[in-house]
Design a protein. Sequence first.
Length: 248
Amino acid sequence: MGTSTMPKAFCIFWLQHKEISFSSCLVQMYVVHTFTGMESGVLMLMALDRFVAICYPLRYATILTKPIVVKVGLVTFLRAAVLILPFPLMARRMQYCGTNVIAHTYCDHMAVVKLACSSIRADAVYGLTVALMIGGFDIFCITVSYAMILRAVVGLSSKEARSKAFGTCTAHICAITVSYKPAFFTFFAHRFGGHSVAPHVHIVMANLYLLLPPMMNPIVYGVKTREIREGILRLFRGGKDVAAHHGH
């Protein structure tokens, strides 16, 4: 998501180049929202992966075979690509007769269609439907998966096994929180916030929605991965040793 918006955002902030063609705006709209849907699907699939790994550890390799993984990955990609396609198509057919300035650093669907002179009811309803079909379904699957995981973990007799199982899920739960919170704020503020949300708050949250997950995910998963954590510690210890050596 960040890759699809950062070049234009840098042009806005560094070069004061604040214009984008309507066609390019529609392409960016499609790419941003498609990647958003794909990211939500990946988080859902990761929750299902944790569920199988913890609840059915002996059957993990037979349940999640390579063909199954490829198929569910393809379905996740196609779901987002197909459901998001009407966004730019519906925005393109609308009549625009007022201002052409959007208060965002990227072409968000609702931010663009709100510039139209014609009714945007169909766009708002379809956007809500897609959000429920993608985000609502994924959150439902994630919730059910973690409810089953929690029930299985609580039933473990070994405290060490419970701790290890919870530790396996911590990074994923952090990733879910970082991804969904700004996304839902942006989505609902556009449709139900009206004038109650200050424009600068909306803009900041919309940018965090694109920047926070790719920035935080490497940190979250890096801290939980022993090899990465030990490598970073060695790097800092090495730097201290070099500094001490030069000091002498």
